[in-house]
Design a protein around this ligand. Sequence first.
Ligand SMILES: Nc1ncnc2c1ncn2[C@@H]1O[C@H](COP(=O)(O)OP(=O)(O)O)[C@@H](O)[C@H]1O
Ligand SMILES: [Mg+2]
Length: 392
Amino acid sequence: MRRSDLSPERRVRLEPVPDKSGVFALHPPPVGPLDAFAGRLEASDSMSEAVRLLEHLSAESAKLPQPDLVTRTLIRREAVLSSHIEGTQSELSDLFEYECTLDDSRLPRDVRTTLAYVKALEAGLQTVRAGGPAAFTLSFIQTIHHHLMEDEPAYRDTPGQLRTVQNWIGGLRIEDARFVPPRPERLQAGLQDMIDNVLNYRPEGVMSMHVLRRTAIAHAQFESLHPFRDGNGRTGRVLIPLQLAAEGYPPLYVAGPLYRNRREYFDRLLDVQLRSDWQGWMRFFAQAVMLACEEALDTTRALLALREAWRQAVSDQRADSASRRLVEWLIGQPVVTVTQVSLQLGVSFPTANHALATLVQKGIVREPASRRNRIFVADAVIGILEGRTAGT
Ligand SMILES: Nc1ncnc2c1ncn2[C@@H]1O[C@H](COP(=O)(O)OP(=O)(O)O)[C@@H](O)[C@H]1O
Ligand SMILES: [Mg+2]
């Protein structure tokens, strides 16, 4: 981060880092009241198009039957992809397997990190659905971070606690950093500005700023503050669907497009940090949102079509048979054990076993060999979620 790379507005916000001669931290300008902030944004930009797509997704989602099972799987895909941006190796099939066996002996270790993300997201969604935008407080953000990081043995701060040390982004030494976030003593006020003005914002009248624009602003500002020692990217990306859900929108999951375009994602954030280039960030974020909207609709439709195909495939079974009830449930939980099936359907172990055998025979699930725990996998669901067989 060189002084000469900064715009004048940002240059005046530099503060020396104690004990590091010649190194400066950047205390980002507060967002302030959004009515004033809106003046810095184009009235009609690609965000308007993204807003239209989000409204379309919202209307379509309301029409689709049983969205719960679908959203259950979308949350897990988000957890995997958002954690990939951080560098985890676990894939979706690992997460589903770990969730059903709690045995990570043959899975990537970071599958726990991915499951922690699921918990953070699910707990957060519950909180904002009950409390709306007012649910966003500093302690709520700290709780999200706590969920994400509590299982990380290598994490050096107490999960959920704001950092008390200087950190930096990119580069092995702070002297070579791409960006040096504010000094720790600035965090409290920086976050409170973002919470008061952006997260707790109450839309009033036609001139109010759409929540999608607010998710973009909050994300970039949060990443610029970088309030924790680690886990900032994930905490910030959890906030995006939560802001939407707090206002009754389907929680949109953007980690897929952000992951696929991560170079540009990081560059656009840097341009906000160094030069207040909000316009470039909004354009980029709008593109990611549009891709995410299309992905959400495609995935939902593909999962519902798969469920229909499975219903046909088991239509020769008794109407109340365990196998027919099982296909409904597999859409939301595509890796299962016999015990789980027996508990979930309220049937005996042998009946559950028999139902799974029927689905194996019909090619709906597969029993992978050489596992300590017997599991059954519906590959088609995972294929759709990973975009391998979308539309089938
Ligand atoms: N200039 C930047 N370059 C790269 N990433 C940035 C930049 N500014 C903020 N970030 C954010 O920092 C995150 C990485 O920070 P980190 O605390 O390690 O989070 P996590 O552990 O969740 O990945 C990235 O995912 C990105 O969201
Ligand atoms: Mg990290």
